[in-house]
Design a protein around this ligand. Structure first.
Ligand code: COA
Length: 235
């Protein structure tokens, strides 16, 4: 992790990670409603801040950066860095996000939060309970940044594996998890109450193993090469 303020040479991602704070909980709830519209009951973010088992990270926008370093458009929307491939589905995602732009509770002067990831630490397992990015910011490396932060945090805390449940139909999230070495370890039948959809249980191999660390280093370096350096304050 590098301290905020120590800006290395090269491209800088306009989003950074830090732990969720009380002031972010309204935005976190808003992001959750966007990412999981059928979730009930909603996550009690304020209470989660006092849950010693839980750790939430947010991806917040670096409005402090010199605009020439930022990979954003004049309107503040994140754009892919020049030369990076943008698939049709990504373009459609971005267009949907643009059309779906809704009122946000974010106010000027507060740090704008684009996504969050929550982990519960149980014995030697880090259980990712939630990860979501605002629709209008998807496809820009923020979900991956959050997952990198979650795995890094779990590694620092000595967890053996990282595990999670994901909807059987959620190919986008599954792609992200597979990229980071999660594999399917089981199914929870009719786990989701809204449509009785199955959940796949996806788990990493031993995250403390040299093999996992090497692959993880490679992937996070590739993320940095593609989207820019991002500060990660994980605590
Ligand atoms: C899943 C989610 C967090 C991904 O966040 P994101 O910021 O859009 O993802 P990124 O831009 O960082 O992409 C990371 C990886 O995700 C996968 N991915 C992202 N968008 C994708 C798309 N449209 N189609 C296929 N795979 C996609 C790819 O593996 C991608 O890696 P790549 O760029 O090397 O191909 C986001 O889509 C989201 O909030 N979805 C709704 C909530 C949700 O489903 N959460 C997961 C619950 S288990």
């Amino acid at each position: 992790m590098s301290a905020i303020g120590e800006i290395p040479h090269g491209k800088i991602m306009p989003f950074a990670l830090r732990p969720l704070e009380e002031i972010d909980t309204t935005q976190a709830a808003e992001i959750e409603r966007d990412a999981f519209p059928t979730l009930f009951p909603p996550t009690p973010f304020r209470r989660e801040l006092r849950n010693r088992m839980a750790q939430y990270l947010v991806a917040w926008r670096r409005d402090d950066l010199n605009p020439s370093n930022r990979v954003t458009s004049a309107a503040g929307d994140v754009e892919a860095p020049p030369g990076s491939p943008l698939s049709i589905s990504r373009l459609l995602d971005n267009a949907r996000g643009f059309l779906a732009k809704r009122n946000t509770t974010w106010v000027q002067g507060e740090q704008y939060v684009a996504g969050f990831l929550g982990t519960w630490y149980m014995v030697d397992e880090a259980h990712i309970v939630s990860v979501g990015v605002r629709t209008e910011h998807r496809g820009n490396g923020i979900g991956e940044l959050l997952l990198i932060g979650g795995i890094e945090q779990a590694t620092n805390r000595g967890s053996a594996v990282v595990t999670l449940e994901v909807r059987a139909s959620n190919d986008v999230a599954q792609n992200l998890y597979k990229k980071y070495g999660f594999t399917e370890r089981g199914v929870r039948k009719a786990y989701y109450t809204d449509n009785r959809e199955d959940a796949l249980i996806m788990t990493t191999d031993e995250i403390q193993s040299q093999e996992f660390r090497d692959r993880f280093q490679f992937l996070s370096a590739a993320h940095q090469g593609r989207w820019g350096f991002s500060d990660r304050l994980l605590v």
